[in-house]
Design a binder for this molecule. Structure first.
Ligand code: ZN
Length: 165
């Protein structure tokens, strides 16, 4: 295992590298009960993985990975979080929540990640600028690739990206 859960300076809890992680290495897989939107509350942990499809809390480390607008990890065609670059031991592991969230009425929440690319607010993918959408494209969940970049569906290469055709 390459990570551990601990308190995070900016958030309640976070996930941190317990050893150096190489770029492209799989860090952990997200899991949890499959839920529809009507079954979730904004206060409960959940991750959007489809138009009306979410996974709820797993009770494991994947529930605690925090957001960054310039993260060191991301999803690569599925629900496995992989290192986008080399991650040092002790560094907090983050991913960009806007690569998953795409609700029309998502209120968003302030971001204080402090990175050069910080957008100030975490928003639904549909509410990002075209420039940010293009920048996030390589790390989008499959359902968003299919929705916003259908011409690149083949390249995305994930079998579950095509499951609802
Ligand atoms: Zn930010």
């Amino acid at each position: 295992m390459s990570y551990f859960v601990n308190s995070s300076p900016q958030h309640g809890k976070g996930v941190f590298a317990s050893r150096p992680i190489a770029a492209g290495e799989v860090i952990l897989a997200f899991s949890g009960p499959l839920l529809q939107r009507i079954q979730i509350s904004q206060d409960d942990y959940h991750l959007q993985i489809g138009e009306d499809l979410y996974i709820g809390a797993s009770g494991a480390a994947d529930d605690y990975v925090n957001h960054s607008c310039d993260p060191n990890a991301g999803f690569n065609g599925g629900l496995q979080l992989v290192a986008r670059r080399a991650i040092a031991s002790g560094e907090e592991i983050t991913w960009d929540y806007s690569t998953a969230i795409d609700e029309d009425d998502f209120p968003g929440f302030p971001c204080s990640c402090g990175t050069f690319h910080c957008r100030g607010m975490v928003r639904s993918f549909r509410h990002l600028s075209a420039e940010d959408q293009i920048r996030l494209k390589p790390w989008l969940l499959p359902y968003l690739v299919k929705k916003y970049f259908p011409e690149s569906n083949q390249i995305a290469g994930s079998t579950n990206a095509r499951s609802d055709t």
